[in-house]
Design a protein. Structure first.
Length: 301
């Protein structure tokens, strides 16, 4: 379990590296590859392969793909010299909060599975893991779509065109939610005609899967997530993740201890995501409006 988590942390770090290098095409390609591999992984888990081995293999293949692409494309190369130490220290100061946000974000979405390994049977853990893989695949496709809009949102920030910045963010939110809903419909059809008829041992996946798909559709509604990162306000993002992680962990433990099983774990995840989205929307709006107000004052003087 520790080894798998370390492999996953490396993947989280690579995602932060790709964003810092503005390698958005590579970021999107790696997420699409990961989604395809997760589908293959679901089939392998169904045929008896260990979930953790399959998950670790999927992540490692994606990491190898990223390493090869970064190495082959000179524009992503990073050269270090003594003269560049000041710049690297500055980059680390800027990038470390982003890296920590990414790591904590993933931990918020995985703490329920950590508790499940200690509190439920192997069969229930396998069913929940399958639902989680479907949820993550659906969610990652939504992230892959967002990478095509992030460069334009960054340009708007550089040009101080905040009305266009929020317009693009709202447009991204809308298409992400619609896309995830459409994918959820396809998954529901798959459940009805495939899992129900050919995979009856996974019949308990129904309610956790429904709850997770609802969670995936809610996630883009945070709206200000990308904006807070772009305008260097990761502190609010960090605070929301810390509280959401505690909510997910504590609520998962309480519901599991009271016999709610994998349905309770899925409900805990949904509650933590609801808080996360609400927190970002509330404080994100305040910060963004203050940014607009400060910008107007600067130019009115």
């Amino acid at each position: 379990m520790i080894v798998v988590y370390c492999i996953y942390l490396l993947f989280v770090t690579l995602k932060m590296v790709m964003r810092s290098l503005s390698a958005f095409n590579l970021f999107a390609a790696s997420n699409i590859l990961l989604s395809i591999l997760l589908v293959v992984g679901i089939v392998l888990v169904h045929y008896g392969f260990d979930y953790f081995i399959v998950f670790a293999s999927v992540i490692m293949i994606t990491e190898i793909f990223i390493f090869i692409r970064i190495r082959d494309q000179s524009k992503y190369s990073i050269k270090y010299s003594l003269e560049h130490r000041t710049y690297f220290k500055k980059l680390i100061q800027i990038g470390f909060p982003v890296l920590m946000v990414g790591i904590l974000y993933e931990f918020m979405l995985t703490i329920d599975k950590v508790l499940l390994t200690m509190m439920v049977s192997t069969s229930e853990l396998g069913i929940y893991s399958l639902a989680s893989m479907i949820f993550r695949g659906c969610f990652i496709l939504g992230i892959a779509m967002s990478t095509y809009y992030i460069p334009d949102i960054i340009k708007c920030h550089g040009a101080r065109d905040y009305s266009e910045m929020i317009r693009l963010s709202k447009h991204l939110q809308k298409i992400s939610v619609i896309f995830i809903i459409l994918v959820s419909v396809v998954i529901s059809i798959f459940y009805k005609y495939v899992i129900s008829n050919y995979m009856p041992e996974y019949s308990l996946i129904k309610y956790p899967l429904i709850i997770m798909l609802v969670s995936a559709a809610i996630m883009p509604l945070a709206l200000y997530g990308n904006i807070l990162n772009i305008i260097s306000r990761q502190k609010v993002y960090f605070q929301s993740l810390i509280i959401s992680t505690f909510i997910n962990g504590i609520l998962t433990y309480i519901l599991l201890a009271n016999g709610y099983g994998i349905n309770g774990a899925a409900i805990s995840l949904l509650c933590s995501i609801l808080f996360f989205v609400s927190y970002l929307r509330y404080y994100g709006k305040i910060i963004f409006n203050k940014l607009i107000s400060d910008n107007e004052k600067r130019f009115s003087v």
